[in-house]
Every structure is written in structure tokens, then in C-alpha cells.
Design a protein around this ligand. Structure first.
Ligand code: 6GU
Length: 227
């Protein structure tokens, strides 16, 4: 899978793209992730990418030409047909179902905004799908792009050693995960539940299912309607 990221701050992606699961996926060639600074597509000597809003008002607005021309340069480089995703708090809320759809694609482009917003014509011209990661405001799309990349990359076949962990995890199954324990058996007076030490796989599976549903009912009853 190939992911291109249009951003004014490519440097914030470097440590993320070389660490942990994402870093290993990149290293093993399972995903190729490139950052493009769309300031490189600015037209003037000041390398402007934004300007004051027509009609007045606070802040600055990202202008059309740098972003649109950066996208066209990717199209010319074999990216035609890529799904374009605009990260914006005005977008559709990212879900595990959407992440699963994105992970099946050969190539996606993420467009990170900054400042007050995008010239509306960027939406029209790029045909991008607009995605938000939740109901709060970030100062830029970069953290949201990293969230999306992390969630997508771990679903790319071969990235996680044990594919079962993807199948069983929260949200994919419509419920939250059951409680987990590891050594030591007792910590500050707190015991590991006996059933987990029983060796009875049937009872363990039943206990986990019950814990999972119970926890979901208490914390996220909204998920049970969908399960
Ligand atoms: Cl995708 N971008 C920004 N700037 N803020 C957000 C967001 C995205 N998702 C939630 N808040």
C-alpha cells in the first residue's frame, strides 16, 4: 500500500513513521509512506500557501493552487485514482469500518490543513472525502493523519504477526475487549481471576465473552445496538 501525505510539516511525521508497528511495516516494505510539502508548490517568492479570507474575518485560509497542484503532481507520478482524504473537523467521523475500507486500497492521499481552513474550492476540485477523528478541534490535520495511518497500516496483511489479534479486538467484534492479566499472579494484594489459571479453555472463553459484553454495556452501550 502507498500513502502520500500533503503537509506543511513533514518533519513531524519522521519519528512516527520510523517507530513501532508503523516503522516496521515501512521497513519491511509492506507500506510506502511519502510526505509532500505543498509549500513547494507555492507560486510567489514568499512561498505563500494561505491568505486572508474574502469577506473579512479572523485567521488565514489555505489557498487552492499549492494543494491542487501538489495532488496533480502525485497523479502524474502514478497516483491517478488514489482516494483523496481531507482531514478536517467538518468531516465524517473516522470509524473502524472506514479504516477497514481504506486498508483495502492500493493508494491513498491524506491532505492536512492548518490555520482556519481550506478555500472551499479545494473540496470541489479535489473531490476529497472529508474525515474527522472526533469532536474536538486540532490546530492542524497532522495528528489526525497519524491516527488514520496507524489504524490503517496495522490492518495491512502481514503487518501484525498474529492476524487473530485483529479479528478479536475491540470494535471489529462490536464490543470492547475483555480484561487481560499477565505475571505476577498477585500484585499488591490483587489476584488474577481463578478462571484464567484453570486451564479450561471453554470456561475461559465464556468468561471473556461475558466480561466483554458486560464492559461494553457499562461503558459503551451505544456499541451494543450495532453488534
Ligand atoms: Cl481531521 N483536523 C483538525 N484540524 N481538527 C480535528 C480533526 C481533523 N479531527 C478532529 N479535530
Amino acid at each position: 500500500m502507498r500513502i502520500d501525505v500533503l503537509t506543511l510539516f513533514p518533519e513531524v511525521f519522521a519519528p512516527f513513521l520510523s517507530t513501532s508497528i508503523v516503522g516496521r511495516a515501512v521497513e519491511r516494505g509492506l507500506v510506502c509512506i511519502r510526505c509532500v510539502n505543498f509549500r513547494d508548490f507555492a507560486h510567489d517568492a514568499h512561498r505563500s500557501v494561505d491568505d486572508k479570507p474574502y469577506g473579512g474575518g479572523p485567521g488565514m485560509v489555505l489557498m487552492c493552487p499549492p494543494i491542487v497542484e501538489a495532488l496533480e503532481s502525485l497523479d502524474a507520478d502514478g497516483g491517478e485514482g488514489s482516494l483523496r482524504i481531507l482531514l478536517t473537523p467538518q468531516g465524517e467521523r473516522l470509524s473502524q469500518a472506514m479504516v477497514g475500507e481504506f486498508a483495502k486500497l492500493a493508494r491513498i492521499v491524506l491532505i492536512c490543513g492548518h490555520y482556519e481552513g481550506f478555500d472551499e474550492r479545494i473540496r470541489t476540485v479535489t473531490g476529497a472525502r472529508e474525515v474527522s477523528i472526533g469532536d474536538y478541534v486540532l490546530s492542524g490535520g497532522e495528528p489526525a493523519a497519524m491516527v488514520l495511518i496507524d489504524a490503517v497500516v496495522r490492518l495491512v496483511p502481514g503487518v501484525l504477526g498474529d492476524q487473530q489479534s485483529v479479528v478479536e479486538e475491540s470494535f471489529a467484534a462490536g464490543t470492547l475487549e475483555y480484561p487481560q492479566y499477565t505475571r505476577p499472579r498477585e500484585f499488591r494484594g490483587l489476584q488474577v481471576p481463578d478462571v484464567l489459571l484453570s486451564g479450561d479453555h471453554g470456561r475461559i472463553a465464556a468468561w471473556r465473552r461475558e466480561q466483554s459484553v458486560d464492559r461494553t454495556r457499562r461503558r459503551r452501550p451505544d456499541l451494543l445496538g450495532e453488534a
